[in-house]
Each structure stands twice: as C-alpha cells, then as structure tokens.
Design a protein around this ligand. Structure first.
Ligand code: FPP
Length: 242
C-alpha cells in the first residue's frame, strides 16, 4: 500500500540553507523496544534516508550529519565494529540511489586510521557524486570540532601564514568545511542539550533546536516542526534588533 504524504505547507517558512543534525538516541530507541543497540543504529540509517528525502522536498541545500565522532572510538569494540559495518553497507548499497536523487556526498573528518576498504568506499562515493547539486550531504565521520581546529592550525603553521594575514575567512579555509556556508540550524534529537564537539567553529551563530524525539523516530513532520521553530527565531548575530 502506498500512503500519500500529508501536505506540509512550507510556503510561509524560512528555509535554512544549511541544517546540521546530531542524530542522537539510537541506543535508547532500541532499549525501549528490548532490542540490541545495533538495531537502533540500523533504524537510524533507515531514518536518515527519510530525512534526506524530506530535506530535498523542503528545499534545504546542505545537510551535515554527525555520524561518528572522534570520541565514539571509546564505545565497546563490538558497537564500533557494528557501526563500521553499517557505514560500509550504506556506502555499498545506498550511494547509487542518492546519486540518482542528485545528492552530493562529502566527508568531514579524518580518514587516517580508518579501515582502508572503508576509506576507498568513502573516496569512491565522493568521486561518483561530486557534480550533484540537489543536496550536499556532509557526513561527519571520525570528526571532532577540536581536532578539526588543531588540524587547521597545524596546516596554517606549516603554510607559514603570518599573524597579520590570519583572519576568520582565512582560518575557515583551513577547516574541513572550507567553501561551505556555516550551519544556520543545528538540531539535536533525544533530549540532550549539548553541542558535543560538533562544528564548534562553524556553528557560532547557528540556531539550536532540540527535541525529545529519538533519532529513528525523527521524521518529516518532526523536521517540519524544527523548521517552524527556526522560522520564529530572530537571528541577530550579536547586533541589536531593528
Ligand atoms: C547516536 O545514538 C548515534 C550514533 C553514535 C551513530 C549515528 C549513526 C547513524 C545513525 C548511522 C547513519 C550514518 C551513516 C552515514 C550511515 P546513540 O547510540 O548515542 O544513542 P543513545 O544516546 O540513546 O545511546
């Protein structure tokens, strides 16, 4: 049975150009259902597919997802291995459909130390989709905001950039997100109210939205609610209201 998607009117909404999501709550979603954590991560991936579709439908140009942080290596080895298996499978199976949809896949983070096979899959996915323009999907994988900033500083020093030459634009060019617009809206699911080392430079003036919904249940309607909340925000960038 094909269910029609209920109409969601976006005409009055302010659509952020760049949405970044901390996809949290897979483990709790699974626990609530007496399922293993890996089932929660699998449900999380299925949901990602739906949210990508919704982003395209709503006219969002850039979506950045926090898939695996530099801190996530500290999880039990079996969970880390399970997550790596999921990433490999997604890169094998889902990339072609994303490509057909006009999604460009881009990696943020450090691929050093990642299984060589997985590194190759990431490079192939980026190469295959590099000319797509419908939605840019940044996957923050083995990513940490502090590590990114340190990486940028090392490169700046290696390039001999002088203190006089350095400004925010120059610095931004040394981040993994070089050339990309800053996120306008950062969403965190599952009720947590932390930024957890995610885009800490880039999100300086992003609007933050959190919802108690666990990531596998964060659907098109939930994204619409986030956009509705964003529309009501008054972005002042440190200036006064006019
Ligand atoms: C947070 O839930 C989720 C993660 C650490 C992994 C997120 C990854 C996916 C949803 C996979 C999709 C990504 C790609 C690119 C295939 P949690 O485990 O911290 O949940 P909990 O806080 O309830 O334990």
């Amino acid at each position: 049975m094909i269910l029609n998607k209920p109409d969601l009117d976006v005409s009055g909404l302010k659509i952020p150009q760049h949405v970044a999501i901390i996809m949290d709550g897979n483990g709790r979603w699974a626990k609530k259902r007496l399922l293993p954590r890996q089932a929660g991560h699998r449900a999380g991936v299925e949901n990602l597919r739906r949210v990508i579709d919704a982003c395209i439908e709503f006219g969002i140009e850039v979506l950045t997802i926090y898939a695996f942080s530099t801190e996530n290596w500290g999880r039990p080895e079996s969970e880390v291995r399970g997550l790596m298996r999921i990433f490999a499978r997604v890169l094998d199976q889902e990339v072609y459909e994303l490509h057909d949809q006009g999604v460009r896949i881009y990696h943020l983070g450090d691929l050093n130390g990642i299984d060589k096979n997985l590194q190759d899959k990431v490079h192939r996915a980026m190469e295959l989709t590099r000319n797509n323009e419908r939605l840019l999907l940044n996957v923050a994988f083995n990513y940490g905001g502090r590590a990114e900033i340190l990486h940028a500083i090392r490169q700046l020093l290696a390039d001999g950039v002088s203190p006089e030459e350095l400004n925010e634009d120059v610095f931004g060019r040394y981040l993994f997100t070089s050339g990309l617009p800053d996120p306008d809206l950062v969403i965190r699911t599952s009720g947590e109210k932390r930024i957890s080392n995610f885009l800490i430079w880039q999100a300086a003036y992003a609007e933050f939205y959190q919802t108690p919904i666990y990531w596998p249940d964060f659907d098109r309607e939930a994204l619409y609610d986030a956009l509705l909340a964003y529309t009501g925000r008054d972005r002042r960038y440190g200036l006064l209201k006019d």
